[in-house]
Design a protein around this ligand. Sequence first.
Ligand code: KG4
Ligand code: ZN
Length: 372
Amino acid sequence: MVERCNVTQSGKASPAMVLGIETSCDETSAAVVTRDASGAGHIVSNVVLSQVAEHAPYGGVVPEIAARAHLIHLDGLVKQAMAEAGVGFDDMDAVAATAGPGLIGGVLTGLMTAKAIALATGKPLYAINHLEGHALTPGLTEGLRPPYLMLLVSGGHTQLVSINAVGDYTRLGTTIDDALGEAFDKTAKLLGLGYPGGPEVEKAAAAGNAGRFDFPVPMKGRPGCNFSFSGLKTAVRQAAVAANPLTEADVADICASFQRAVCAAVGDRVAHAMNEFCSLHREPAGSRVLVAAGGVAANKALRSALEEVCAANDFRLSVPPVALCTDNAAMIAWAGAEQMNLREGDDLSVQARARWPLDPEAAPQPFAGVKA
Ligand code: KG4
Ligand code: ZN
């Protein structure tokens, strides 16, 4: 048996109540989460303010607008999260905030707020990697303990990660260019659909013919687990230009064909990652789990593609509720509670980081930037 197979953590620890703060992209969020002595988590409050309406006119997240909105709303949201929980700062055992990766202005806003709270109250500060928040969410929602395989597909990230233990992650694959949510958003923008593009593309695809355009399935059959979506994006652009002026049926067919290519690409990459996961962890067939997180995990076509690849490889698919799949402070508070078991809090000099790979040994991807 491979050593890592045994690295399942019992999750037992002293009870803790943690205030969480999330500001890395376009959601401002504050939450109060508890962890009981058995290791089980409970969300006491989780307030999320989406900035979608503010970014919609630009067809994507504008970093300066996001940072300003976080600054305006965060204090009020912290107050609201504590009021909804019926607790005060004295009841907290720690404050946890996203310290990266993400849009640096937003990350700074949240981390500085958390530092101020920690300094004023004397509570320990935990600077949390946003990706770790997503990675540990199934522990909060269903008590799932590592090891498991995670597919994170959001507007900012597209990664396959082996969650070996709390604090021990192996990145098996990442995008080498665009994130999957970004590919959905760009496709929507090109076709004149609304923002965020993912749900719009999915809606249009429902009425479309997925066989009309033979879009490439990026990376299919290549070794490894990396993703690439820039070639598919170009193929979509060329099809849209060739069919111009676009009818409603053209838009629906392009969306359906794009979604088919995406599902085939993700299915192929996940199958490779399952193989790699099984060579790291000899989990018995009945206990292998694939967790899908991030906004794109809400896509129904993608979910059925994932169900298929899970069935073929004896994995169970677990998708946290959409509100906890997308960015939220409960997952950051929970990651803080889990970290409390492992280490002391961070020094107040801890820095915000635009780039912060979850797996420090993973190779950098120069064209994916913070997305890797
Ligand atoms: O995780 P998330 O809410 O925010 C971050 O990016 O961090 O993910 C947002 C992304 C957007 O790109 C959005 O278009 C995409 O998730 N998305 C979807 C769907 N719902 C949201 N993509 C495809 N199908 C959907 N149903
Ligand atoms: Zn996220």
